[in-house]
Design a protein around this ligand. Structure first.
Ligand code: UT7
Length: 353
């Protein structure tokens, strides 16, 4: 998207709540190596992933989204919002959207609610949508949830994709505030290139495949990705988008304290940081413990970093994402002082009161 204006200073979106949630089932590399032609060493070396979480049978994306959303509302200390947005590639159903169901289960019936479909860029697109609604005066408070259950669409026998993806949800609450206060969500760069549609795809289940006569091949319901090409696009697109955002904000790379990229593959994340000239210690990553969780990956990484105090209030944080579409997007924010943050790896161990 070319040169959007600076965010209005009087109605900026400010991040005031954050949470992540992971289903309890942990799937280690060793477990996958027990049934697939792969190894812990291959997975760690090629992706940096050590384990991931899978939803239990019967657990859907909305179940994860509700848990993350509830905790984000608690982190923000609010009980009501005007809008609920769910970014996901794995909605509960193709119709209706998942967000109204999530809103209802969170006691937010009546709030506007819709899904964002931008695959792994969904959270950044959702953030831009939320910031726009707040800046335009349509909403005072927005709950944005990134949630995905890739285990429901990845072929468990596809060794290339089955090792990468995990399930999870992350959520933020945004409120109206000022562009110069901690938590302010700043400049955005968003883009797409539909010519790359076939690089990341679930072929069946939409209007295109349904119009084809004859039975649908089972593999067409599974997630398909041309990994090597996607790898190259991910590095170049995230790097270019991050640079474009810095230019819009009139920032230098040195001004960035933390970069939080979509957690696709540790090699991709390191390449992006290196290409931007950011030292490795400024890279925030939790891919080792959760894998690639799609639209949940950035908010889950943020929640992990906040719980471990690796990001401090006032720091300048750069988010960048890439996903199917192809889509990409980046955003700058100043880290807020959050009143409460739970460790996403521990929340499922407790029963909520
Ligand atoms: O979230 C959306 C964005 N997604 C991404 O950014 C993912 C981007 N892509 C990737 O992360 C990587 O391309 C993969 C992890 C998917 C694959 O890693 P790679 O280093 O690109 O491997 P490759 O596809 O080039 O395969 C190298 C070899 C092949 O064998 P040959 O042809 O050299 O004999 C594969 O068959 O590794 C083989 N291979 C495996 N071996 C053991 C592929 N998957 C596996 C596996 N275990 N799980």
């Amino acid at each position: 998207m070319s040169a959007p204006p600076s965010p209005p200073r009087d109605r900026a979106a400010v991040l005031c709540g954050l949470a992540g949630w992971l289903p309890s089932r942990v799937v280690t590399n060793q477990e996958l190596a027990g049934r697939l032609d792969t190894s812990d060493t291959w997975i760690r070396t090629r992706t940096g992933i050590g384990r991931r979480h899978f939803a239990e049978p019967g657990q859907a994306t909305s179940d994860l989204a509700v848990e993350a959303g509830r905790r984000a509302l608690r982190s923000a200390g609010v009980e009501e919002v005007d809008v609920v947005i769910v970014a996901t590639t794995t909605p509960d159903r193709s119709c209706p959207a998942t967000a109204p169901l999530v809103a209802d289960r969170l006691g937010l019936t009546g709030a506007a609610a819709f899904d964002v479909g931008a695959v792994c860029t969904g959270f950044v697109y959702g953030l831009a949508s939320a910031a726009g609604l707040i800046a335009a005066g349509v909403a005072e408070r927005v709950l944005l949830i990134g949630a995905d259950t890739y285990s429901t669409i990845v072929d468990p026998d596809d060794r290339t994709n089955a090792i990468i993806f995990g399930d999870g949800a992350g959520a933020v609450v945004l409120r109206v505030g000022h562009a110069d206060e901690p938590g302010a969500v700043g400049h955005f760069d968003l883009g797409s290139d539909g010519a790359g549609e076939e690089l990341i795809m679930v072929a069946a289940g939409g209007s295109r495949q349904r119009s084809t006569p004859g039975p649908v091949a089972p593999q067409d319901h599974h997630f398909a990705m041309r990994g090597k090409e996607v790898f190259r696009h991910a590095v170049t697109r995230m790097t270019a988008s991050a640079r474009a955002t810095l230019t819009l904000a009139d920032c230098k790379v040195d001004d960035i304290d933390r970069i939080v990229p979509h957690q696709a593959n540790l090699r991709i994340l390191r390449s992006v940081a290196e290409d931007l000239g950011l030292p490795p210690e400024r890279l925030v990553t939790n891919v080792e413990s959760v894998g690639n969780t799609g639209a949940a990956s950035i908010p889950l990484a943020l929640a992990d970093a906040a719980a471990q105090h690796t990001v401090q209030a006032g720091e300048h944080v750069l988010l960048t994402a890439f996903g199917g579409g192809l889509t990409w997007g980046s955003c700058l924010l100043t880290w807020p002082a959050l009143a409460r943050i739970d460790d996403p790896h521990k929340t499922w161990e407790r029963q909520e009161p």
